[in-house]
Design a binder for this molecule. Structure first.
Ligand code: GLN
Ligand code: ZN
Length: 734
């Protein structure tokens, strides 16, 4: 039984790549030094995989920033405006921009928390293999080979590349990047020939886009591309890798009809692949790489599940190889460096390094009767609730009476700039340099300062500023039972940005209130209402590693019940407005439309379960980031929050009429200025945004707030911009 993985983390167990890259950007090291670190990391991954006994080792899974960007550079699809630059300057300009040039757009890689750099194509884009025989996949293949390690280069497949690309701004209406398929496939053909010439016996072409809904022209393009590549006289064997879900039978049928030698199927996120495989009569002349070990989550594999999936695939393929479901890019590198985890939790976990060992052990023991079983979590009996508040009119009247807010109420989204002093206090507490009382005193002083600032600015609804929160998910995870934090469980989010998602391993309970003393303290300082600030159930799950032994819906309900108790405690402490942030509601939307309704039902249900215990006179707010709400407009209305704030400044309030049309009739706060840049917009600019918004929303329902993320800004621009915002609201009110 052979084994492989589809990819491996590239950042290094101690985030070496992040630090080297940031040193390079800051001019502390030069390109040669960065390359030394990069080569060291590549070598250590290859040797580690070889020494672990993995059968087939991937290469070209390394990247200085992103594999889609690497592809863009490799095929020379670099937009004209970056072409004056060369080498690494050009590469990082595409990723991060320069003083003169904005970067290419970045967006989420399917439904993961990894982000890729979006290719920008025009009808006139001419692909070519930019570095010929020195192309990155060839170079890395040869580099491994010089170390005596035979590898399988990994490429982003041509269909996925084009379907993830966007037409350059100003492209003619009918232009579809897929129109460029044939010339792109010719570049891949040349690359495959060069890889064969270098000695590669296999190449992996990643086509995760096959887990999405495809148009018939996409399916047709798939067949055309792989018939052409399969028919090349000189090429490595092709492993067409799919992941993140099941492949539609019609796509699998196209693949079956080509000469590609292997197909990787995700049997974790796409159990439907087994039926799809059976429905096309199997792949009797091909190798199936069975993705049985979850590449996206941190749990040890369940051997019984692996064995039964294996047994099914065995009858439907020529040969079977055991693999991870997708690249291990999405999990932390090494559980071995974690020293503080509860042993009972730890026994259930596997990070990238452990997953490789697990695959090798699973393959060796497939026929053994005795397989070690991973320990299981407990299950709490689900609780059922009628998650419904009184109707809108009753709530509105009660809140109007209690709060007496003016039309065009001004507020912010929750955080204020995180100063160096705040970070230092947190670090000092962690390192034991200061005790809890000193830390609390520092945070209270900060809260008092932020309350005073907001009063001076003349804002109507205040926030405490969130100084005590390192991160909006981790802060709550640390206080809920059933969650564990890691010390070094870093995962690449984009470029050098890494996140450390907490691990939701068991039943969730709230041992004690989590935010009440901070909120109550802030409220004690001012007669104006201060918003309580919580993170919603969907976002808590989306930015964590979540137990997979019960439906996500059930876990979301448990988080919701903990929040419901928190809301009751905030109310009891006199907090009249409570915001439950759900920035990830759109992110968790399943890849296939057929799965949307189920997801939205439980996601919306969890929010309502969390918030529906609130009294009529308590105003519930929610907040969502990004402007691409198209698919979730009516679910936003279904959340039934009294006020919803959304990011809208960059999209010029375009969304509002649609939200109205979808039946949303409550308060709405479209961000009136973009906080992603230090530029301070004038109050006239913001007033113009408000007037646009007022065309869709009446003044008594329109709130005035910036887009989210003040914590990433500095004070001078924050104060100047908020002063202009308050002035804009005052002018429009008048
Ligand atoms: N309340 C959070 C803040 O203001 C919301 C963050 C977010 O939208 N991601 O930082
Ligand atoms: Zn936001």
């Amino acid at each position: 039984m052979n084994t492989t993985i589809l990819g491996y983390p590239r950042i290094g167990a101690r985030r070496e790549l992040k630090f080297a890259t940031e040193d390079y950007w800051a001019g502390r090291i030069d390109a040669a030094q960065l390359e030394t670190t990069a080569a060291h990391l590549r070598r250590s991954v290859w040797t580690e995989l070889r020494d672990a006994g993995l059968g087939a080792i991937p290469s070209n899974t390394f990247s200085l920033y992103d594999q889609v960007l690497d592809t863009t550079v490799m095929i020379d699809a670099v937009p004209a405006r970056y072409r004056a630059l060369t080498g690494l300057d050009r590469y990082f300009a595409l990723a991060r921009g320069t003083a003169e040039l904005p970067p290419l757009e970045m967006t989420k890689w399917f439904d993961t928390n990894y982000h890729y750099i979006v290719p920008e194509l025009t009808a006139g884009t001419r692909f070519r293999l930019a570095d010929g025989s020195a192309a990155k996949p060839v170079a890395e293949y040869l580099e491994a080979r010089r170390l005596g390690i035979e590898t399988r280069p990994v490429l982003v497949g041509p269909l996925t590349y084009l379907l993830l690309a966007k037409p350059a701004p100003g492209s003619p209406d009918g232009f579809d990047p897929l129109d460029l398929l044939d010339p792109l496939v010719e570049v891949y053909a040349e690359l495959l020939e060069r890889l064969a010439g270098a000695g590669a016996s296999w190449v992996q072409l990643d086509e995760p886009v096959l887990a999405r809904d495809l148009r018939s022209r996409d399916v047709e393009a798939l067949g055309r591309a792989y018939r052409r590549l399969g028919g090349l006289a000189s090429r490595p064997k092709i492993l067409l890798a799919t992941y993140f879900g099941a492949v539609a039978p019609e796509a699998l049928r196209e693949i079956a009809a080509t000469d590609v030698e292997g197909v990787a199927l995700d049997l974790v996120a796409g159990p439907g692949n087994l039926e799809a495989l059976a429905s096309v009569g199997g792949l009797p002349r091909k190798k199936v790489v069975a993705g049985v070990v979850d590449g996206r989550n941190v749990w040890r594999a369940d051997p019984a599940r692996v064995r039964s999936a294996y047994a099914v695939v065995l009858g439907l393929a020529d040969t079977v190889e055991l693999s991870t479901s997708c690249s291990l890019l999405h999990v932390p590198v090494d559980l071995g460096t974690e020293t503080a985890l509860d042993p009972a939790v730890r026994a259930r976990l596997a990070f990238a390094r452990q997953k490789v060992a697990e695959l090798v052990a699973l393959a060796a023991g497939l026929d053994d009767a005795e397989w070690p079983d991973a320990p299981k979590a407990g299950h709490r009996e689900p609780v059922r609730f009628d998650a419904r508040r009184s109707d809108r009119e009753a709530r509105l009247a009660a809140q109007r009476e209690r709060l007496g807010l003016p039309p065009l109420t001004t507020t912010t989204i929750g955080s204020f700039p995180q100063t160096a002093e705040i970070r230092a206090a947190r670090a000092d507490l962690r390192a034991g340099r200061i005790g809890e009382p000193a830390y609390v005193a520092a945070m209270r002083a900060e809260i008092a300062r932020v309350i005073r600032l907001q009063e001076d600015l003349g804002l109507d609804v205040l926030v405490h500023g969130e100084p005590e929160r390192n991160d909006m998910v981790q802060y709550f995870a640390e206080q809920l039972d059933g969650y564990a934090a890691t010390e070094a469980g870093w995962v690449q989010s984009y470029g050098t940005r890494c996140v450390r998602p907490p691990i939701l391993y068991g039943d969730i309970t709230r041992p004690r209130p989590m935010t009440v003393t901070w909120a109550a303290y802030a409220q004690s300082l001012t007669p104006k209402p201060v918003k309580g600030m919580l993170t919603g159930p969907v976002t808590m799950l989306a930015w964590s590693f979540v137990r997979d032994d019960q439906p996500l819906a059930e876990t979301a309900r448990q988080v919701a019940l903990a929040l419901r108790d928190e809301i009751a405690d905030l109310e009891a402490a006199g907090i009249a407005i409570i915001q439950v942030d759900e920035p990830a509601l759109r992110e968790l939307l399943p890849l296939r439309a057929a799965d949307h309704d189920d997801y939205l039902a439980w996601a919306v249900g969890a929010f309502r379960l969390a918030t529906s215990g609130a009294a009529d006179a308590t105003q519930i707010h929610t907040h969502m980031c990004y402007s691409e709400f198209g698919e979730i407009l009516s679910p936003i209305a279904d959340l039934d929050a009294d006020v919803t704030s959304i990011e809208a400044a960059r999209s010029h309030m375009e969304l509002l009429p649609y939200l109205q049309a979808a039946g949303y009739a409550n308060g709405i706060g479209p961000g009136v200025y973009d906080i992603h840049s230090p530029r301070v917009p004038t109050s006239e600019e913001m007033a113009a945004n408000l007037r646009t918004a007022l065309q869709a929303v009446p003044a008594d329902r329109l709130w005035v707030n910036p887009d989210c993320g003040l914590k990433t800004r500095a004070y001078p621009e924050t104060l100047a911009a908020l002063a202009n915002m308050v002035a804009a609201a005052a002018a429009e009110r008048a």
